[in-house]
Design a protein around this ligand. Structure first.
Ligand code: ADP
Length: 253
């Protein structure tokens, strides 16, 4: 519990810091971007225009990182901003996959939504969609070209488990403990911010859910990762204004 508290306090302060820094950097960055655009337009010299183009590439990259920081700071806020309603993980997954399919860096990877459309959990649909987007993005980044990433649900008496399974490189044992740390990433500079799983963790914690990781999934090939998220199941006959802790582990035993 203490570790969890430290984690959420750290996240909250990192969130505030991130929002502040992003704001401070955002303004001069816009200045640099405008100047580089002007240089590109006004210069007759081909080399100068190319340099301007490279500056614009880099400002775009910084801007992407700032966006994910702001997004993180925004969605990492405390439970006050959590809305609680019956949520279909099938619908959240559909939304997540259609948003991701607009991305250019999907490398032919196909997301298959096998969730049961009849199952409901209690939670915040936007935040849960964010969780699925983050997990699918990681699955995509770890997968070989044209691979399949599947999403499915398992129903328990008091909870629903959402599984996201990829056939990617897997997660080495020695980094397991660090996965949920803010800013921990193994991706090359500019590609990863290390905030995806930190955010997943805090959203699932807010929902009284649990996260488990299985890697490798396939013992023979030693490949693949499965993230399992368990969330409180929506019961039509229960009072839905209070969240009950998920009892996923007990259910599974
Ligand atoms: P980022 O995606 O920006 O690196 P995350 O917090 O989302 O940040 O992920 C942290 C790290 O966890 C990744 O850099 C990667 O090493 C590892 N990881 C997460 N999901 C997977 C996966 N499905 N397969 C392999 N590695 C993964």
């Amino acid at each position: 519990l203490e570790a969890k508290l430290i984690h959420s306090e750290r996240l909250a302060s990192i969130g505030r810091l991130a929002a502040g820094v992003a704001h401070e950097i955002g303004n001069p960055l816009t200045g640099v971007d405008c100047l580089a655009q002007e240089l590109r337009t006004l210069s007759d010299d081909q080399d100068t225009r190319e340099v301007a183009e490279q500056i614009l590439d880099q400002t775009k990259r910084i801007s992407r990182i700032l966006h994910s920081l702001i997004n993180f700071a925004h969605s990492g806020q405390t439970s006050e901003s959590l809305t609680i309603e019956p949520v279909s993980l099938y619908q959240c997954s559909n939304e997540a996959t259609s948003l991701l399919s607009l991305r250019k860096d999907n490398r032919g990877i196909r997301f298959v939504n096998n969730c049961n459309p009849d199952l409901l959990v209690t939670g915040d649909p936007q935040k849960l969609t964010q969780v699925i987007i983050n997990l699918l993005s990681n699955a995509r980044d770890a997968s070989p070209e044209n691979a399949i990433v599947t999403i499915n649900t398992i129903a328990w008496e008091h909870s629903i488990t959402l599984e996201i399974t990829d056939n990617g490189s897997g997660i080495p044992e020695h980094i397991r403990d660090r996965l949920f740390e803010p800013f921990f990433t193994t991706k090359e500079a500019g590609k990863g911010t290390g905030l995806g799983l930190a955010l997943v963790y805090s959203i699932i914690e807010e929902h009284f859910g649990t996260i488990t990781i299985q890697s490798p999934v396939d013992e023979q090939t030693h490949r693949g990762t499965r993230f399992s998220i368990s969330l409180p199941r929506h019961m039509a006959d229960l009072n839905q204004t209070t969240l009950k802790p998920a009892s996923a582990h007990r259910d599974m035993e």
